[in-house]
Design a protein around this ligand. Sequence first.
Ligand code: ADP
Length: 311
Amino acid sequence: MSLKFLAIGECMVEMAPTGEGTYAMGFAGDTLNTAWYARKCLPADWTVGYYTAVGRDQVSEDMLSFLKGSDLETSTIQKRDDRTVGLYMIQLKDGERSFAYWRSQSAARLLAADQDVLASALKGAGLIYFSGITLAILPPDDRKAFLDGLRAARKAGAKTAFDPNLRPRLWEDADTMRASVTEAAGCCDFLMPSFEDELAHFGDATPDDSANRYLAAGAGMVVVKNGPEQVVCAGAGSRQAFQPAPVSKIVDTTAAGDSFNAAFLAKYLSGGDVAESVDAGANLAGNVIQHRGALVACLEPALRGETVIRL
Ligand code: ADP
């Protein structure tokens, strides 16, 4: 297997409040979070790349610098003259966070517009990671082209991993979301849903039901996360459940699922078994949720195995 982990999706500008009318600019996105943690978790002989589309303006350049500064390989990222990157703003009112988005015309929506560009981005990847948000932002024809590109990459030997990350507001309608996610499941070696979403949008009664539904759709291995509850891992003829260690002081659950996916896949791709991979995923996610923000840099030494995380 080629030692390249390639995540595909949308990275956005994030404006997070720092005071009365002041904001700190950062970069964020579900697939970016997974790429960022995968880079920290995978051995140095792996390349971790990110594929998306950006503009040619300053903020797009800043995003690329951020990705490169995170040791992500960015050479295949498409640069477009006609668009720029999407943005969201976090607003705080009485301690509650709300989000406003400017992403409907983002460059990332065109990441699969040119099939040759997409095919060359996928070329050489050992593991291709994407999410339901990656699919949701694409125009319908490009969505089909994207899944065709994945099928071709799998024929050429790549493995694929997919987190459905169901966000109905990003889709034209809920039926299209369910149909597209089900089709994508048929192109996936690893399907990594969160049960809360599957319950809400597919009406599954239990994590086992979600696993069965995705196996029937053609997924290779299904790893159903469920917050503090058991993680269910199911493949053809096998099924195991694992209890994540309890976390007492939860600060911010942003990126729990994204970081779990990164650490699970990194361990599995490096030869770990399912139990070791779930352990790695739950351990990282359990630490991430004890810190504010999606990308928790202070966990880095521990991920490299240098020190024990002090909680
Ligand atoms: P998402 O962020 O996609 O909603 P989940 O909430 O299902 O993801 O959580 C992903 C993983 O994070 C879980 O499988 C678990 O390992 C860990 N996790 C999340 N919430 C908790 C919690 N309250 N206690 C312990 N672990 C948790």
